[in-house]
Design a protein around this ligand. Structure first.
Ligand code: ZN
Length: 294
């Protein structure tokens, strides 16, 4: 049964999802996250508050601008909906069933886990679009992750501090190995900081799973996308020409042939989310509560 609390949790998450859309668009461009308010990207008409309600407005307006009729990508609505659902899942795992003894600490744990998941969502879409993982997100969130693990009840702070350190060291090792073998960055330092962030929130234990699962899923999805573009004859956005590479990385690759550029961040983030949802104790407590009929 869906309670008013759960509707609140989803709505709270969807509003944050709406903010994440702003972060994803504006942060890599160094634009202010606060001003100006949302505008139509086609006609620049400011979007009224009632046309800016997460998920609902998109459905009511059928994904179009009220002023000029320009179509918006469904991505905005999907990010709002996904953020809402994930926030609800975390809410059920941390705050429900509203035990007065654990309510306050559950609320803090919920907010802590939210900052983690919201960071992963923003990093995923920024990396897909710009192949960067901004320090403005990874560094402060690593601090929040370790700090939360030390102050929140029932979480072993030391394990999470070790997670951040071991995660960063493991990836630096891979980074160095890639440099020795290919004389080029096989992955960016942004990936190192992302794994540090994952370790901060998840502890060191899920790190082997995260590294294995992210590599496997990256290989599978890249192969699948290559196959799809071969069949349909359409360019998949993962392949970049040398001119695009020069423009993006500010380097001169000369006459090098186009090569695949695969942002690894989204796969790390996905595996981190999987570790949180399917490996973390509070997820299983939630499942047990549901199956126990509580
Ligand atoms: Zn418009």
């Amino acid at each position: 049964m869906i309670t008013a609390f759960e509707v609140f949790a989803f709505t709270w998450g969807a509003v944050w999802g709406s903010f994440l859309n702003v972060v994803i668009y504006r942060l890599p461009l160094d634009l202010s996250l606060v001003t100006p308010g949302s505008r139509c990207s086609a006609c620049h008409t400011p979007i009224r508050w009632y046309d800016n309600i997460p998920v609902l407005s998109y459905l009511v307006l059928r994904g179009r601008c009220r002023a000029c009729g320009a179509a918006y990508s469904p991505r905005y609505m999907l990010i709002e909906a996904a953020t809402g659902v994930l926030t609800l899942v975390l809410f059920r795992a941390t705050v429900l069933p509203l035990d007065p003894d654990t309510f306050i600490s559950g609320l803090w744990t919920w907010l802590w886990a939210q900052s983690f998941v919201y960071g992963l969502i923003a990093l995923t879409f920024i990396d897909l679009e710009h192949t960067i993982l901004p320090d403005e997100i990874t560094i402060p969130l690593t601090a929040i992750g370790v700090f939360g693990a030390f102050v929140l009840p029932g979480i072993d702070g030391l394990e999470h501090l070790m997670g951040a350190v071991i995660g960063a060291l493991a990836l630096l090792f891979v980074f160095g190995l890639g440099w020795l073998m290919f004389r080029r960055e096989a992955m960016g330092l942004g990936d190192v900081k992302l794994v540090m962030l994952l370790g901060a929130f998840l502890g060191w234990r899920p790190l082997p799973f995260i590294l294995f699962a992210s590599a496997t899923q990256a290989l599978l999805i890249t192969a699948l996308m290559g196959l799809i573009s071969k069949i349909t004859g359409r360019d998949n956005s993962l392949t970049m020409t040398t001119t695009e590479l020069d423009a993006r990385f500010g380097e001169d690759y000369g006459d090098a042939p186009p090569r695949m550029v695969i942002p690894y961040g989204p796969f790390l983030a996905l595996s981190g989310l999987e570790a949180l949802l399917f490996g973390h104790a509070f997820f299983w407590e939630w499942v047990a509560r549901l199956s126990g009929g509580g």
